[in-house]
Each structure stands twice: as C-alpha cells, then as structure tokens.
Write a protein that binds this ligand. Sequence first.
Ligand SMILES: CCCCCCCC/C=C\CCCCCCCC(=O)SCCNC(=O)CCNC(=O)[C@H](O)C(C)(C)COP(=O)(O)OP(=O)(O)OC[C@H]1O[C@@H](n2cnc3c(N)ncnc32)[C@H](O)[C@@H]1OP(=O)(O)O
Ligand SMILES: CCCCCCCC/C=C\CCCCCCCC(=O)OC[C@@H](O)COP(=O)(O)O
Length: 295
Amino acid sequence: MDPSSSSSSSSSSSSSSPPSEGPLPWWGVAGALVLLAAALSPRLRFRLRIGSYCLLCLLASALTAPACLLWNRGRTVRNMTIIKNVVRTFKYIYGLRFELKGLEHFEIEGPCVIISNHQSILDMIGLMEILPERCVQIAKRELMYMGSVGLIMYLGGVIFINRKSTSNAKSVMADVGQAMMSENVKVWIYPEGTRNGSGDLLPFKKGAFHLAIQTQVPVVPVVYSSFTSFYNPKKHLFTSGKIRVEVLPPVPTEGLTASDVDELTDRCYTAMRETLFRISERPAEVNGGGPSVSH
Ligand SMILES: CCCCCCCC/C=C\CCCCCCCC(=O)SCCNC(=O)CCNC(=O)[C@H](O)C(C)(C)COP(=O)(O)OP(=O)(O)OC[C@H]1O[C@@H](n2cnc3c(N)ncnc32)[C@H](O)[C@@H]1OP(=O)(O)O
Ligand SMILES: CCCCCCCC/C=C\CCCCCCCC(=O)OC[C@@H](O)COP(=O)(O)O
C-alpha cells in the first residue's frame, strides 16, 4: 500500500469526515455564557462596560507611567501631554463624540483657573479632550491610592487635597497659587467638589474662586452637556453618545478681593448652569432658580 496513498487515503478520509468535535474548552464556555448573560442583562452589560473602563484606566496608567518616567524623569506637568494623548483614544473605544465650542478662550498667556461641571469617572475623557498645555487638576487625595491611576495622576502633577479638612485644603490651595505663578501652570478645578449625574449643578465650593482672586488670574468656565442620555448608573445605562463642550469667556479677577468671592462664584455658577441647560437641550426652569450657591 503506497504510504502516500495511505496517507492520502487517511488524509482523504480525514478531509472527508468533519473535524473531531471535541467539547468546547472551559474558557470558551465561560466566555459564551458571559456574552449571553450580558446580552440578556442590562445590569451586567453596564457592569462589564464600566468595569472595562476602569481596567483600561489601570492598564493604560501602568503602561504610561514608565513612559513618563523615561521621558520626563518624574512628576511634572509635561507628563500631562503624554497622559492626554493616551486618554483621548478612549473616546473611540466607548463611542463618545465631542462637539467643541469656544476653545479660543483657552488661548490665555499665563496661568488661569479652569472650572467645569463633574458628572462621572468618564469626565477624564472629556477633560483630556480639551486640556490645555501646562494644566494640572485638583483631586481628592483618595485618588492617589487608586493603584497605577494614582501613580499616573501623581506623575502628571495632579494636586491632591483633603476635602474633609478645609484648613488643609486652604493651605494646599495657597501653595498651588504660588506654584501657578512661579511655574506658569493652569489649574483645573471641579467646583461642585464631587460627581453629580443629575443633569443640574450642585452648589459651588469656593476654593477655585479664592485661588483665582488670590493670584489675580482669570477664571475660565467649561461646561459639558449632560451625560444622562447615554450614561446613568441607576438605570444601568452606558452606551455611545455625543457630548457638547462649551468653553465660556474668561472671567477677570484683577482688582477683586476675598470679599468678592461670593459674587464671582455666583456669576460663574449662573453662566455655567444656563449653558448646561442650553447645550443639554433641557428647558431652563421657569423660575430660573436652582440650588442656592453655598454661602
Ligand atoms: C494614561 C491613562 C490614565 C487613565 C486614568 C485617568 C487619569 C487622569 C490623569 C489626570 C487627571 C486627574 C483628574 C482628577 C479629577 C479629580 C476630581 C476630584 O477629585 S473632585 C473632588 C476634589 N475637588 C474639590 O473638592 C475642589 C472643589 N473644592 C474646593 O475648592 C473647596 O472650596 C475646598 C476643598 C477648598 C474647601 O471645601 P469646603 O467643603 O470647606 O467648602 P467651601 O464652602 O468651599 O469653603 C468653606 C469656607 O472656607 C472658605 N475658603 C475655601 N477655600 C478657601 C481658600 N482657598 N482661601 C480662603 N478661604 C477659603 C470659603 O469661603 C468658606 O468660607 P465662608 O462660607 O465663605 O465663610
Ligand atoms: C492596587 C489598587 C487598585 C485600586 C483599584 C482602582 C479601581 C478604579 C480604577 C480606575 C478607575 C478610573 C478612574 C479614572 C479617574 C477618575 C477620577 C474621578 O472622577 O474620581 C471621582 C472624583 O472626582 C470625585 O469622587 P466622588 O464623586 O466625590 O466620590
């Protein structure tokens, strides 16, 4: 029997009979079950999607940190450029589209205080979409302990405050003011002081406005449209979506003093709230009122 024929016969017999249908490997079964469950359960789909975002942030941070260390040798605002370019790719993964308006208001020579509304951990994508050069953020110090994400924030020059201690936060903010002027750095602050997915604004904390007046730099308000149409943890909603971003004209603080903080806070709050309702296509409330600014 010709070995080639026997091999051909064996191959022909093997090619004619279907490949052996052994059982799926365990990971194939597990994957299929997860996908099936996710297709059936919005809660699971939401958890998988937001979990993938957290994992992506952790992994991307772990990979970007060495690049920052090699490139810039340590903690410096220059690392924000690297971080920004990495985070800006996330929008494609999660199908987020940005409509930007007013970026020319960022063309300020020198330092300024940028303030924006804060809706979720997805805000990092919107932040990095428009982050100007030499700009750091004020963050709650708990974020420093978020593994590689905390490390990358540290390397990027993020300033950590203890929200629970006004005196500590005040002294840190005073140091920030000196650093802003000496190192020509912009500071991005979320005046609501916490995430707020309501589609409205929380009353503003005053630290950003004290900082701007103490350093006599302008305040640049930034408003992101409400995420509620595509992101709502209570409804296990997290799909792709469009985010309108509007940078408002700088508000000057030259000549202002600490006694003007409340008026400056109110002025920014009102302008941002009107913008938020407009770009979120939410009818402004009839009375135009709203949670009073924290006094
Ligand atoms: C490579 C892949 C990477 C993937 C991962 C992504 C990485 C991305 C990397 C990098 C981006 C990082 C982005 C992080 C973002 C994090 C965001 C957050 O964490 S938001 C929470 C923390 N931020 C805040 O809280 C700020 C807002 N808060 C303030 O400014 C407050 O004012 C604060 C904390 C300073 C004090 O808060 P109070 O709760 O005490 O409240 P009040 O009403 O503001 O102040 C109380 C009294 O103190 C006076 N006061 C406040 N600040 C003052 C000051 N600086 N000087 C003098 N007086 C001050 C006020 O006038 C008020 O006094 P009278 O009521 O007016 O009598
Ligand atoms: C080895 C330890 C690993 C720790 C595991 C960390 C799990 C989460 C990992 C990544 C999450 C990605 C977060 C991206 C940055 C989010 C910044 C942010 O938006 O924080 C919320 C803060 O503004 C306000 O917090 P609250 O609304 O006051 O609460």
